[in-house]
Design a protein around this ligand. Structure first.
Ligand SMILES: Cc1cc2nc3c(=O)[nH]c(=O)nc-3n(C[C@H](O)[C@H](O)[C@H](O)COP(=O)(O)OP(=O)(O)OC[C@H]3O[C@@H](n4cnc5c(N)ncnc54)[C@H](O)[C@@H]3O)c2cc1C
Length: 399
């Protein structure tokens, strides 16, 4: 039986492990945490991410938990529309999912033939000679025909195989929260919660997760928001961070103040935004009868400005699953992972380029630069977002 080790039980690792196990691989999933945990916030899934999940056979689960993003435009802090809200055709509409719901759907897709080992922190990888590739965690070694490194931005496997790629700060910090439906501001009743507001080094995006039970099987409705600000993470406790956020976003268009008011310190998740520079030179490393591949943030961590990180991880998983579906260990499997590398690197590079353009707009600082940015913002932002959305949407799963 063909064997695979997947390192990391984030959403990329879970999607890949499930896909391989369902197509007959014997899979061992290694996770450093003491249990496989979902994140506390939410994600926007764009049409490419949705297509990838469908290709992975997880579409039904998604239909039950996704809330369509609906009409949502982009405003300046003074309320001026940069991109007017307009209806989106159903097949092109992004959906918002609670991470716990997505996690449950991915866990359900793992099946029961998979070996999950928690509390295993991978610290090295072996790719020499004719032996099967292996990862090690202290004294333990896990060898398999295929090793999938889905161990996130700080990937230990990537650090070893692609040391040219470093993790650097993107120059900004993100705060996220899901306000549960029963605490959502009253002012939102009957009005859309969603939309994006873009200011000088600051950005605020909100999306509705529906009311309890209103989005199919999900009981995790509410309102999700993400605030991004240029600069380093704040060392203060969450209550003080929340006070700062309320101050920074004071006077911004409704419902931002109401959302921040309804947020409690425990809802808040602060994260430094980081990325890989440069991207790894390869996503596939042949070893013995197979090799090691990089997937998800381990392969292409990027700022969240276009909301594409998880979508690309699902694309990676769908592409890898299709590439190795019929590949037997030996030349066929090595060729299959080379094919994965050929497909995925240009795609990730394109999305990273688009994301960096958005980073540049977001981080413009200084009075003169800002005036120029404000003048150009009305033209640049719609074009940038439009072309990023269409590049993202172009992806089709391999046959
Ligand atoms: C503010 C913000 C908003 C975002 N919004 C969106 C969005 O709307 N849409 C979207 O598509 N993307 C979004 N993203 C990006 C998305 O969250 C990530 O791209 C995605 O979660 C990456 O998944 P992953 O499985 O590759 O990595 P991770 O989620 O980081 O998972 C890695 C897993 O590996 C484990 N691990 C790490 N090291 C080891 C080790 N040495 N041994 C064993 N296990 C290990 C970790 O514990 C973890 O479980 C956002 C990101 C941020 C920061």
């Amino acid at each position: 039986m063909r064997t695979a080790v997947v390192v990391g039980a984030g959403i990329g690792g879970l999607a890949t492990a499930g896909a391989l196990a369902r197509s007959g691989w014997q899979v061992t999933l290694l996770e450093r945490a003491d249990r496989v945990r979902p994140g506390r916030t939410a994600l926007v899934l764009w049409p490419n991410g949705i297509r990838a999940l469908r290709a992975l056979g997880l579409g039904d689960g998604l239909d039950a938990i996704g809330t369509p993003l609906g009409e949502s435009g982009v405003r300046r802090p003074d309320g001026h529309w940069l991109v007017q809200p307009r209806p989106v055709a159903a097949h092109r509409a992004p959906v918002v999912v609670h991470r716990e719901d997505l996690h449950d759907a991915l866990i359900a897709g793992l099946g029961d033939r998979l070996d999950i080992r928690t509390g295993v922190q991978v610290d090295d990888v072996r790719t020499g000679g004719t032996e099967r590739p292996a990862v090690t965690a202290g004294r333990q070694a896990f060898a398999a025909d295929l090793v999938v490194a889905a161990d996130g931005t700080d990937s230990a496997v990537r650090a070893r195989l692609a040391p040219e790629s470093a993790v650097v700060s993107s120059g900004c910090t993100a705060w996220r929260a899901v306000i549960p439906w029963y605490r959502a501001p009253k002012s939102l009743e009957g009005r859309p919660a969603g939309g994006e507001t873009l200011g000088a080094g600051y950005r605020f995006v909100a999306a509705s997760l529906g009311e309890r039970g209103s989005s199919g099987a999900s009981t995790r409705g509410g309102v999700y928001w993400v605030a991004t600000a240029a600069g380093a993470p704040r060392p203060e406790p969450p209550a003080t961070q929340l006070t700062l956020l309320r101050r920074w976003y004071a006077g911004w268009p409704e419902p931002i103040a109401d959302l921040l008011e309804a947020t409690e310190p425990d809802d808040l998740v602060q994260q430094e935004v980081r990325e890989l520079r440069p991207l790894p030179r390869s996503y596939a490393f042949a070893a013995g009868p197979g090799g090691v591949v990089l997937l998800g943030d381990a392969a292409h961590a990027m700022p969240h400005h276009l909301g594409q990180g998880a979508c690309l991880a699902f694309e990676d998983a769908a592409t890898l699953a299709a590439a190795v579906r019929d590949a037997t260990p030996g030349l066929a499997l090595r060729r299959a992972i080379e094919g994965y590398d050929r497909e995925r690197r240009p795609r990730a590079a394109t999305m990273v380029r688009q994301t960096r353009r958005m980073s540049a707009v977001l981080q413009t600082r200084g009075r003169l630069a800002l005036r120029a940015r404000d003048a150009a913002l009305g033209q640049i932002t719609p074009r940038l977002l439009g072309s990023a959305a269409s590049t993202a949407a172009q992806w089709r799963p391999p046959a």
